[in-house]
Design a protein around this ligand. Structure first.
Ligand code: COA
Length: 339
C-alpha cells in the first residue's frame, strides 16, 4: 500500500478593510487606470494595525478544518513572507490559536511560491506516516512590508489567508490512478542568484539591525518588476510543463489553471504558453491583488464557494516568487460539501 495526500477541506479569510485603486491614487503618483491596465487589480484588502498574520491564518485554518469536518488536525504548516516576528516561527502561534498546542507546527518561506512548497512538505509528512492530517496555510500581511514611497510595489500586494486540510489515504499499487482530491506529483525549483529581484534587504544577517541605519527603503519589500514578470512566465511555464509530464496529463486535460495571482497579464501569458484557454484560468486578482503565499488557496476557496468546481475537475497549480523559487503540482478536485 502507498500513502498519499488528498484534499479534505478548504477555507480562506480576508481582513475587512477593502482598499480600492482610487484610494491609493490619493496617496501616491498612480491612477486606477494604470493599475487596472498593467496588473488587472481593482482593489485589495489591508489588515488594520494590531491584526497579525497569525490572526488571518487562524481564521482561514478554522474555516478549512470546518470544511473538512475536523475539530483537530495533527500538524500545521504555514507559508508566509510576513511572519508575526522574525523569531520564532508563526505556525506554533497559529496552532495555539486553533487549540492545537502540542502538535508539530512550522513555517515555510518561499515568498509567493510558499504555498506550493508547504503543500509538498505536508504531502511528505503524510507519505512518511508522521501524521494523518495536516493543515496547510498560506497567510500574509504584506501591507506591513510595503514601502509607501514605492508605487511599483504598493499597488500590487494585498493581505489575506487561505488554507487546506490534507489527509492521508492508502491505495494499493494497482489502483494508483489519481482519484478525487489527490495531490501531486510536484515540480519545485530555486535560483538564489536572482535573490535581489524580490527582496527585503535589511534586518537579517547581511544588513544587521544593530549596526547601521539601513539604506533608505532597504527595510521594505522591493522588486524589479519587469525582470520578475519575464522570469515568472518563463519559470512557471517550464515548471507546469514538467509537472504535467510527470502526472501524465496533457494541457487539454486541465480543467482549471490555478496559479499564483501575480498579475493578470502574467496569468494570461502563462495560459497562452501552456496552450490552456483563457476561460480555464482561475483569476481573483482583480478583487484581492497579489496576496503572495495566500494567493493560490484563497483563489481556490473563492472559486469553490462560488460553486465553480465539480468533483473530478483537474487543476494545475503553479507559482513563482522570491528566492527565486518556483513550483507546480496537480490536484483532482474532491467532492467537498458547500458551506
Ligand atoms: N502607477 C503609475 N505608473 C507607474 C506605476 C504606478 N503604480 N508603477 C510604475 N509606473 C511607471 C514606471 O515608472 C514606468 O514609467 P516610465 O516609462 O516613465 O519609466 C512605467 O510605469 C512602466 O513601468 P514598468 O515597470 O516597465 O511597467 P510594467 O508594465 O512592467 O508593470 C509591474 C510593472 C510591476 C506591474 C509588472 O512589471 C509586474 O507585474 N511584474 C511582476 C510583478 C509580480 O508579479 N511580482 C510578484 C512576483 S511573484
Amino acid at each position: 500500500m502507498t500513502r498519499s495526500a488528498v484534499l479534505a477541506g478548504i477555507g480562506s479569510f480576508l481582513p475587512p478593510r477593502c482598499v480600492p485603486n482610487a484610494q491609493l491614487a490619493t496617496q501616491m503618483d498612480t491612477s486606477d487606470e494604470w493599475i487596472r491596465m498593467r496588473t488587472g487589480i481593482r482593489q485589495r484588502y489591508f489588515a488594520e494595525p494590531g491584526t497579525t498574520t497569525s490572526d488571518l491564518a487562524a481564521e482561514a485554518g478554522a474555516r478549512a478544518m470546518k470544511s473538512a469536518g475536523l475539530a483537530e488536525v495533527d500538524a500545521v504548516v504555514l507559508a508566509t513572507t510576513t511572519p508575526d516576528r522574525p523569531c520564532p516561527a508563526t505556525a506554533p502561534a497559529v496552532a495555539a490559536k486553533l487549540g492545537l498546542v502540542g502538535r508539530p507546527a512550522y513555517d515555510v518561506q518561499a515568498v509567493c511560491t510558499g504555498f506550493v512548497y508547504a503543500l509538498a512538505t505536508a504531502c511528505g509528512l503524510l507519505a512518511m506516516s508522521c501524521v494523518d492530517t495536516v493543515l496547510v496555510i498560506g497567510a500574509e500581511t504584506f501591507s506591513t512590508i510595503l514601502n509607501p514611497a514605492d508605487r511599483t510595489t504598493s499597488v500590487i500586494f494585498g493581505d489575506g489567508a487561505g488554507a487546506m486540510v490534507l489527509r492521508a489515504t492508502e491505495s494499493d499499487e494497482a489502483g494508483q490512478a489519481p482519484g478525487n482530491g489527490t495531490i501531486g506529483p510536484f515540480d519545485l525549483g530555486s535560483d538564489g542568484t536572482g535573490r535581489d529581484l524580490i527582496t527585503v534587504r535589511a534586518g537579517g544577517a547581511e544588513q544587521r539591525r544593530s549596526c547601521l541605519t539601513p539604506a533608505p527603503g532597504d527595510e521594505y519589500f522591493s522588486m524589479a518588476g519587469r525582470e520578475v514578470f519575464r522570469q515568472a512566465v518563463e519559470r512557471m511555464a517550464r515548471s507546469a510543463g514538467a509537472v504535467l509530464a510527470r502526472a501524465g496529463w496533457q494541457a487539454g486535460d486541465v480543467d482549471w489553471l490555478a496559479c499564483h495571482q501575480a498579475n493578470l497579464r502574467i496569468l494570461l501569458s502563462l495560459a497562452d504558453a501552456l496552450g490552456i484557454p483563457e476561460n480555464r484560468v482561475l483569476a481573483n486578482i482583480a478583487e484581492v491583488g497579489n496576496t503572495s503565499a495566500a494567493s493560490i488557496p484563497l483563489a481556490l476557496d473563492q472559486a469553490h464557494q462560488a460553486g465553480r468546481f465539480k468533483p473530478g475537475d483537474r487543476l494545475l497549480l503553479s507559482a513563482f516568487g522570491g528566492g527565486l523559487t518556483w513550483g507546480s503540482t496537480v490536484l483532482t478536485w474532491p467532492d467537498l460539501t458547500h458551506p
